[in-house]
Design a protein around this ligand. Structure first.
Ligand SMILES: [Zn+2]
Length: 154
């Protein structure tokens, strides 16, 4: 690592998001679920985005997700990311429903496809646990041999 690189911007924590970051630090990716209407969401917020109830609980995600959309960055808009180029920023949908913006890692961006099954990989960024996703099952092999892998997300 180049010690002259600027520090990577880290997530802001507050009382509302503290359980989220604590769970990641313990190896679990959690999301909030409304106890009034059962809607689930990310990121942390004080009221349900569907019914505005202030009552929710934290649930642990399975780690399975699918790819909704992505872009490949070839320009570092923060100097800390210069040595990571190119990297992928994506909208990912957890099997349980919530969506988040994250990175797709360990994957050739040219092979990514909409609905691609993904799996959670918790990485450490300057000591802070962050959720990232990697390809779980390539869609090519799923289409040829195992359609269930794709249908599991429908
Ligand atoms: Zn609700």
């Amino acid at each position: 690592m180049n010690i002259d690189l600027p520090a990577v911007p880290l997530p802001e924590r507050d009382a509302l998001s503290a359980p989220y970051w604590a769970a990641l630090d313990a190896g679990r990716h959690v999301y909030q679920r409304c106890t009034a209407c059962a809607h689930a969401w990310l990121p942390a917020r004080g009221e349900c985005p569907r019914c505005l109830s202030a009552h929710s609980r934290w649930e642990t995600a399975s780690g399975a997700a699918r790819l909704i959309s992505w872009v490949v960055y070839h320009t570092a808009f923060h100097p800390a990311f210069k040595e990571r180029l190119p990297y992928t920023v994506a909208v990912v949908e957890l099997r349980e429903g919530p969506r988040l913006i994250t990175n797709i890692i360990d994957s050739d961006p040219e092979t990514l496809r909409i609905d691609q099954p993904l799996r959670l990989v918790i990485e450490r960024e300057s000591g802070v646990a962050v959720p990232r996703y990697a390809v779980a099952v390539p869609l090519v092999s799923a289409a040829v041999g195992d359609v269930r892998a794709v249908k599991a997300f429908r």
